[in-house]
Design a protein around this ligand. Structure first.
Ligand code: 7PM
Length: 281
């Protein structure tokens, strides 16, 4: 039996790999010099992602790229809340990528239906209780260190075992804090305090994480994995990323978090057709 995510009256069955489209809310896409993201531009981009086959839209106003410093609360609110309001009527659940409880609350009030926290609800001491109260699905992601310094010298004794143990433990703690286990999704956090070798090991052993029996989210889109392995600039990573998505969905990923939704949709369909093929009678 496949898991089902429930977003208020809407549900999303994870009977096939689902696509989480990343909605751009970066400061360089701000029209007025940096404070308020252009609602029209966001809505247009969101519509494209949905038309291309996105099952969930992920809106994040906090850059967690390596070296990034924390965004002040008000600035993060100014970035994401107008965008969530503008896109929450598209018929697709909206996830908010944030580590702050106040942003989670405001995003939910603006129409968000899911929380995506790269700190697995550890950054803000109020986050666990907030998510328990909101009663929404939440993605718990593994990260070693903090975005500012995480890529300086990532080290593990056994990256697969450590990420697995961490995610299992966070799931247990979140359930103890009152979050319905049916609302938990797990994510190995590709690129978050990990070298290319660490990322490859996690992807190679993805089944190890899939068998924790929570829906598994994985995001590799445009990350330095394909960048370093193939020596490609950000805009030239589509084929590398497509290969990774094929691997992910044939090794237990339930949700792939991507920028290029149309490419991901095709890869998911082809991989599913291959994985479920039978000899015709
Ligand atoms: C700049 C560089 C901005 C990198 C943003 C990023 C993940 C995530 C991100 C992930 C989940 C990106 C990252 N990555 N949430 N948020 N899983 N659940 O490449 O892998 O989008 S931010």
């Amino acid at each position: 039996m496949s898991a089902v995510l429930s977003f208020g009256e809407r549900t999303l069955e994870l009977d096939q790999p689902r696509i989480m489209g990343i909605l751009n809310v970066t400061p360089d896409s701000f029209s007025d010099g940096g404070r308020f993201f252009d609602r029209e531009a966001a809505a247009a981009h969101a519509q494209e992602l949905v038309a291309a086959g996105a099952d969930i839209l992920d809106v994040g106003g906090e850059s967690t790229r390596p070296g990034a410093v924390e965004v002040p609360l008000q600035e993060e609110l100014d970035r994401v809340i107008p965008v969530i309001e503008a896109v929450s009527e598209l018929g697709v659940p909206i996830s908010v990528d944030t580590r702050k409880a106040a942003v989670m609350r405001a995003a939910a009030a603006a129409g968000a239906a899911m929380i995506n926290d790269v700190s697995a609800l550890e950054h803000d001491p109020e986050a666990e209780a907030t998510v328990a109260e909101l009663g929404m699905p939440v993605c718990l992601m593994h990260m070693q260190g903090t975005p500012e310094t995480m890529q300086d010298n990532p080290r593990y004794r056994d990256v697969v075992a450590e990420v697995r143990t961490y995610l299992a433990e966070r799931a247990r703690q979140c359930a103890a804090a009152g979050i319905d286990p049916a609302n938990l999704l797990l994510d190995p956090g590709i690129g978050f305090g990990k070298t290319v070798a660490h990322n490859l090991a996690l992807l190679h052993h993805l089944e190890n994480l899939a068998d924790l029996n929570y829906p598994l989210v994985v995001g590799t889109s445009r990350k330095s994995l394909a960048g370093k392995l193939l020596n490609r600039e950000v805009e030239q990573r589509v084929f590398g990323d497509a290969a990774v998505i094929g691997w992910l969905v044939s090794h237990g990923a339930d949700v792939v978090r991507v920028h290029d939704v149309a490419a991901a949709r095709d890869v998911v369909r082809m991989t599913q057709a291959l994985a479920t093929a039978r000899i015709p009678q």
